[in-house]
Design a protein around this ligand. Sequence first.
Ligand code: SF4
Ligand code: SF4
Length: 394
Amino acid sequence: MTPEELLTEADRCVKCGLCLPECPTYRLLAHEADSPRGRISLMQALAAGEIAPGTGIEIHLDRCLGCRSCETACPSGVRYGLLLDASRNLIAKRKPGGSGLRWLLTQMSEPKRLALISRIYRPFRRSKIARWATTLLPQRYKRLPELGRQLAGTPSLPAGLYPADQPKGRLVQLFVGCVASQVEQSLLESGLALLRKLGYAVEIPQTQCCCGAMHRHNGAVQQAERYCETNRKQTAKSRAQALITLASACELELREQQASNLPVVSISDLLLTQLDGKNPPLKPYPGRVAVHLPCSSRDDGGLALLKRIPQAEIIPLAENGVCCGAAGSYLLTQPELSKRLGKAKIEKLLASGADILITSNTGCSLQFRQLLEEAGLETRVMHPAELIHQQWPD
Ligand code: SF4
Ligand code: SF4
């Protein structure tokens, strides 16, 4: 998006303010510059050259979650997410090397690099050295080691072709994701096992790469485009019927950027079409399960699928329209605001009496697991596919 295109899109905002009550940061900070309307005004001034990077605009754009709740509320159909990405890219161009942390995160969000970091950090993650090193870190870097405790340190699912349990001649490709490959081992194994049980052979190509969402939302648009192109090319060569995603943020990015030549299907949607309620007869789960809706998947989040589990009481988590504060890299770049939003969710979870919290997005899982551990709570955080796999008949 050029500055002129940015201005044209931003001019659709009539400054009515209907989006303000839906904005989590406006609700927390009660400041116009931390509202969608205020940020759009700042973006307009940036694109018009009236304000320059480094004059404070970044503070307010950085506090934006990118949750896009304002888009849903906007009667003028302003595409706020596009404006935010374009503005961050404009700032990165006009003031290269702006945020060290954002740069670090985009560099880390590459599967091989992340795997290496994970292998090196894993043995020290709960050691005194790690705790001591954490105390020396500047405040805004402190969540890196906290969240880094979830790094698995073991190889994710290796690339390859995994045969179906009962071959039916069907082939799908599984999108493993860069962060998920290091922190969601159980989800990856559950997803793969379920697909194979349903009669799908599963391919994970060597050339599959990150979806690029982390890069696009942090101003590294060119890098994000390179990842999209790589994924487009490798899916064009595939004979698979679909690209199956496990994380809703990756799914959204792949769809919106048309980064796949295969149809993009979430594993929850696939399971919903394949399980007819009685077949296979899932094991009962006599407990209460709260379902969190990630901002990247506000329609269902696996609710309909999980209702197929006998005896399980499936309830939506209260205030599901509000972001949990994970928001991609936000949980690292804005630790204080992110934790405030996350802790509000943990309170809702406790009030619900649920013993499992479901989310279909990796960032939200990271956020919830860390905050639950910090609070000394043992509520399990699972993806819908993990719970379905757990309840699959023996
Ligand atoms: S994306 Fe979310 S945090 Fe950002 S302005 Fe819109 S509602 Fe507010
Ligand atoms: S973004 Fe939409 S809802 Fe918000 S002030 Fe502008 S026109 Fe109104």
